[in-house]
Design a protein around this ligand. Sequence first.
Ligand SMILES: Cc1cc2nc3c(=O)[nH]c(=O)nc-3n(C[C@H](O)[C@H](O)[C@H](O)COP(=O)(O)OP(=O)(O)OC[C@H]3O[C@@H](n4cnc5c(N)ncnc54)[C@H](O)[C@@H]3O)c2cc1C
Length: 492
Amino acid sequence: MIDNDFNLKMSAKVYTDQWTRLINSVDASHFQIHPSMVFVPEDVTDVISICQYAYGKEIPLTARGGGTGLLGQALTKGIVVDTHSHLNRIIEIGESYAVVEPGVVKTVLDKELKKKGMFLPPDPSSSNFCTIGGMIANNSSGAHTLRYGSMIDYIEELDVVYCDGSMSTIGSSTPLDHRCGSVLPIILSNLGLIASSYPDTSKNSSGFRLDALVRNASYFPQRVFAGAEGTLGIITKAKLRTLDIPQFTILLVCEFLDMVNLLLSVPKILSFHPSALELLSFGRLRSGLDQYKERDLTDFPTIYVEFCGESMTILEQLADRCRSALQQRCISSRILSDVTSCNAAWNERRNSLNHILRISVGNKKAIGIIEDTIVNPSLLEDYIPFVLSLYDSFKLDYVMYGHIGDGNIHTRPLVDVQSSQAEQIVEQLAHDVFLKVRELRGSISAEHGDGLARSRYIKEMYGIDTYWLFVQTKEIFDKKNIMNQGKKVPLA
Ligand SMILES: Cc1cc2nc3c(=O)[nH]c(=O)nc-3n(C[C@H](O)[C@H](O)[C@H](O)COP(=O)(O)OP(=O)(O)OC[C@H]3O[C@@H](n4cnc5c(N)ncnc54)[C@H](O)[C@@H]3O)c2cc1C
């Protein structure tokens, strides 16, 4: 129970009732953990007060945005800090940047940016609900990462409240605080180790992104918070780079008879430099397929190839040339250039996870543990058949979709969760797939993060020496292990 004297110092609401704790005990993962209390700050001063309180009492504390994390990142038995309810102002929109509080929902920001002809490129399918704070903390991306990169590439400056309640503004042109200053020598004395142990991929949300902090002899300390899942501090303000919206887009949608033909087409498509290359395949979903047929969704593997630019004539020629290059392998194709048809096609792709999360056939559930791996796209021909053969060996139905242009595959097996072998099967799948990912220098998480589900695999993915750098980083920021305990580096 929260102390009375503490209550007096705050304008924030503090909830300990069963209903609020229940709502905050779940996210979009299969985990459930009841927090001891839920704190709803009105402003940054409240966040500072709660951090001081938690630090003094050594109570774990976890920030929560939209609660759409897929791996249990926002769950804790300690205090939940709800950044979504009040810390949600758009503070400023400049010529090529936006300054926002962390609780702003992505589509709310999109709408305001659009009025000025700008956008923030990372576009998770959950954009109607997820917040900027959650997107930074998970280093989220989406369909357009292929051209534009992930959240880490757009963070210019952050205001962060640390575990002890101290506050700092962090960016490449602001004075370094003690914590961010202490990380730099660790990186500089381990450049070789970092270069060899990080994945060879275009995006990565596993572990801490120490590989992205030093570029061209400049230090970007703000990037350490990208993908850190709130384990290093609570973000209370973000200045983000924005881009101009491209004038025209065109979409090529192709169906393939099977995955092999589709995979063999990926390098060819990439040579046309699309802005997005997405996959949707309901794979082998014998038991759940009827639900999709009702929605007129195809059961042939389908790709969505988007081109963008400033001339529709050039885009039409490009899409046409790409279509011709695929003619031998695909069984149908259509080029869409009007907004309504493009939006309808994108919605098919974007809603795939929503549909999949709802699938449950009897006791069978779509389990998300290997659902966000990434390998260099040139290795997909090796990687995807390997995953499919594993599914075959366990006789599992599955779905597969995602950002195939980046080599980022979202896939879920349908597992009978009541079966006595369920746990063993999921463990074995994760073990075999993550081993393969490591062999191929991929990552166990491209954009969804580690959370409760995957943090225990980080050591294996990076190796013990780099994991030790993560432990040192965590200790610099949060020695008492208050901030989002149990995620990233579960300290004893
Ligand atoms: C249907 C569906 C589709 C999805 N599609 C995509 C996709 O295409 N691409 C993608 O990348 N992800 C996707 N996701 C995953 C998820 O939506 C994103 O990672 C999202 O950015 C999480 O934002 P959130 O506000 O819901 O964060 P939450 O789930 O609330 O929190 C996520 C993490 O961020 C931390 N956090 C939140 N706010 C702060 C803060 N102010 N300071 C510090 N830490 C903070 C939390 O502690 C937690 O560790 C999808 C999820 C669903 C359910």
